[in-house]
Design a protein around this ligand. Structure first.
Ligand code: ZN
Length: 237
C-alpha cells in the first residue's frame, strides 16, 4: 500500500513523494502532523447540524462507489465548465470516479447541484429564510448515496464549500480560534481564511478521508487513530 519514490534532482537535492492508497500525497513545509490531524478531525469527524448547539463527535461519512454529478436550474448550463473542472479535481483527490453528466437520470450514487434564484430559495425554505446555500446528504452506515446542493444566485463562490459538505465534511473551519493557521473553503465566507477553491489543507483532508484505511461508519476515536497513521505517511514536498 505504501510506496516511496525518491527522485534525485541535480546533485544534492532530494524530493520524496509518498504513495498512499495509490495517490501521491505531499504537503507544504508549514503543515505539520498535529495541525493537519486537528484540521481533519474538526472538519471530517465532528458534526454540526442545524439542531445542534455545537459540534459533536461524528462518524466517517464518504462515498464508496463512482458518483454521478449533475446540475439543475435555469443557470445550470452557464456553470457546465466550472462543474466539469470541480468533478475532475475531486476525482483526482478522492481516487473515486466522479462524473459530470448533465442530463443523466439516476437515483443512487448521485450528487445534484441546483442553481436557484432567491425567489426559489424562499419558496423552498420559507419567506423568512436567510438560506443562501445548503447541502443535504444521506447514506447508510457512513456510505453516502445521495447528495443535494442548493446554491443561490450570486453565491456561486460557495460551490467548493458545499461540495466539501457533500463529500462528507459536516462541519466548518473555525479559523484562528482553533489554534491552527489553516485556510479552507469551509471557513466562514467573509473570513481571511476562506478560499474559493479547495485550499492545500482541504486537498490533504479530502485525500485523508478517502484513504482506503478510513472505513465508512468508523467512530471518531477509531478514525482518529487511523488518520494519525495516514498523516505520518504524508511526505513533505
Ligand atoms: Zn457550510
Amino acid at each position: 500500500m505504501l510506496g516511496r519514490r525518491d527522485v534525485l534532482l541535480g546533485t544534492a537535492s532530494l524530493a520524496a513523494t509518498s504513495i498512499v492508497g495509490g495517490i501521491p500525497l505531499v504537503r507544504a513545509a508549514g503543515i505539520n502532523d498535529q495541525d493537519l490531524l486537528k484540521f481533519f478531525d474538526t472538519l471530517a469527524l465532528m458534526r454540526t447540524t442545524q439542531s445542534d448547539p455545537g459540534p459533536r463527535p461524528g462518524k466517517v461519512r464518504k462515498w464508496t462507489k463512482p458518483v454521478i454529478v449533475r446540475s439543475r436550474g435555469a443557470d445550470a448550463a452557464a456553470y457546465r465548465d466550472t462543474m466539469k473542472d470541480l468533478v475532475e479535481e475531486t476525482s483526482d483527490l478522492t481516487g473515486l470516479h466522479f462524473k459530470y453528466a448533465s442530463g443523466k437520470r439516476t437515483s443512487d450514487n448521485v450528487i445534484t447541484v441546483y442553481f436557484v434564484s432567491e425567489a426559489e430559495m424562499k419558496q423552498i425554505y420559507g419567506p423568512e429564510s436567510r438560506s443562501v446555500c445548503f447541502t443535504h446528504t444521506r447514506g447508510r452506515a457512513g456510505e453516502l448515496r445521495h447528495g443535494r446542493i442548493r446554491l443561490r444566485k450570486g453565491f456561486e463562490d460557495c460551490l467548493h464549500h458545499e461540495f466539501m459538505h457533500a463529500l462528507g465534511f459536516d462541519n466548518h473551519w473555525p479559523g484562528p480560534k482553533s489554534g491552527v493557521n489553516a485556510s479552507s473553503s469551509l471557513a466562514h465566507r467573509h473570513s481571511a481564511e476562506r478560499t474559493q477553491g479547495y485550499s492545500e489543507w482541504d486537498k490533504l483532508a479530502i485525500r485523508m478521508l478517502y484513504h482506503p484505511r478510513l472505513q465508512p461508519g468508523s467512530p471518531r476515536s477509531r478514525a482518529l487513530s487511523d488518520a494519525a497513521e495516514i498523516v505520518s505517511e504524508i511526505a513533505y514536498a
